[in-house]
Design a binder for this molecule. Structure first.
Ligand code: NAP
Length: 253
C-alpha cells in the first residue's frame, strides 16, 4: 500500500500499460484518475478498478489540447483535493522511413508524445506547487535512447521526453517535486500488435529486435506498472531526473 491516500492521474490509461498502471496504483492504495482520449475506454478501466475494490474516476481528455489538459488537472484537484502523482502515458507510434513520413504524421507523433507531456507537466506542476510537492513520471521509450529502425518521429519525440524530464527534475527539485521517466522496451500491449502487423521491413526488424534481446521475450504491462509504482512511491524519494529502462536488457549491450 505504498500509494495510500495518493491521488494519481494517468493519461492514456484506457489501454495497455496505462491500464495496468491504473490497476496497480489502485491496489497500492491510490485514488486513480483514468484519463484517455477514448472516454469509453477510460470508463471501462475505471469500472475494472472499482470491481477490484479500488477508487477511480474516468475522464475524457486529449493530451494535445491545452484546454482539455487544464480541465483534466482541474477536475482531479476539484474532485479529490490534490494531484500527488502525474503519469504521462498517452502515446502513439508511426512506423516507416523518414522519407515516406509526411509532415502531418510527424506533427501528430510529436504533438501527442512530446507536446502532450509538456502540457500535462505545465498544468500538473501548477497544482503540485500549490500543494507543496508531487511526483511526475513520464513515459519515454528505449527508442529515445537508441535508434530503433523505422521510427524516426517516435524516436525523436521520446528523446525529447527524456530531455524534458531531466530539465524539469532540475527546475523543481527544490520545490519537493520529483520528475522521472520510464523507458520501456517492447511490451505486450495492443500497440505492439500494431507495430508487428506493420507491412514490410519494420515488422521483421522489430521481431528480430525482440528475439535478440537478453531476456528474449516481450515485457508485460504489469512489469512496467510495477516500476512506475516504485518511482511514484516514497521508496524512490532520492530519485529524480532518472531514466529507468524496463527493456529485458535490450539496451545493456
Ligand atoms: P496503447 O495500448 O495504445 O495505449 C495508449 C493509450 O493512449 C490508448 O488508450 C490511446 O487511445 C491513448 N491516447 C493516444 N493518443 C492520445 C491523446 N492524444 N490523448 C489522450 N490519450 C491518447 O499503448 P501502450 O503500449 O500502452 O503504450 C503506452 C505508452 O507506453 C506510450 O507512451 C508508448 O510510447 C509507451 N511505450 C510503449 C511500448 C510498447 O512496446 N507497448 C514501448 C515503449 C514505450 P486510442 O486507443 O484511442 O489511440
Amino acid at each position: 500500500m505504498r500509494l495510500q491516500d495518493k491521488v494519481c492521474l494517468i493519461t492514456g490509461a484506457g489501454s495497455g500499460i496505462g491500464k495496468a498502471m491504473a490497476l496497480r496504483f489502485a491496489r497500492e492504495g491510490a485514488t486513480v484518475v483514468i484519463a484517455d482520449q477514448d472516454g469509453q475506454a477510460a470508463e471501462a478501466v475505471c469500472a475494472l478498478v472499482k470491481q477490484n475494490g479500488g477508487r477511480a474516476q474516468p475522464i475524457e481528455a486529449d493530451v494535445t489540447v491545452a484546454l482539455e489538459v487544464q480541465a483534466m488537472v482541474r477536475a482531479t484537484v476539484d474532485t479529490f483535493g490534490s494531484l500527488d502523482v502525474l503519469v504521462n502515458q498517452a502515446g502513439i507510434i508511426q512506423v516507416g522511413d523518414i522519407i515516406d513520413l509526411d509532415e502531418q504524421e510527424w506533427d501528430r507523433v510529436v504533438a501527442v508524445n512530446l507536446k502532450g507531456v509538456y502540457l500535462a507537466c505545465k498544468y500538473g506542476l501548477r497544482a503540485m506547487l500549490a500543494q507543496g510537492g508531487g511526483v511526475i513520471i513520464n513515459t519515454a521509450s528505449i527508442s529515445g535512447l537508441v535508434g530503433i529502425p523505422k521510427q524516426p518521429a517516435y524516436c525523436a519525440s521520446k528523446g525529447g521526453v527524456i530531455a524534458l524530464t531531466r530539465a524539469l527534475a532540475v527546475d523543481y527539485a527544490d520545490r519537493n517535486i520529483r520528475v522521472n521517466c520510464i523507458a520501456p522496451g517492447p511490451i505486450d500491449t495492443p500497440w505492439t500488435e500494431n507495430v508487428l502487423r506493420a507491412p514490410g521491413d519494420p515488422a521483421s526488424e522489430y521481431r528480430w529486435i525482440v528475439m535478440t534481446q537478453p531476456l528474449k521475450r516481450l515485457g508485460t504491462p504489469d512489469e512496467v506498472a510495477a516500476a512506475a509504482a516504485y518511482l511514484a512511491s516514497d521508496d524512490a524519494a532520492y530519485i529524480t531526473g532518472a531514466v529507468l529502462t524496463i527493456d529485458g536488457g535490450m539496451t545493456a549491450r
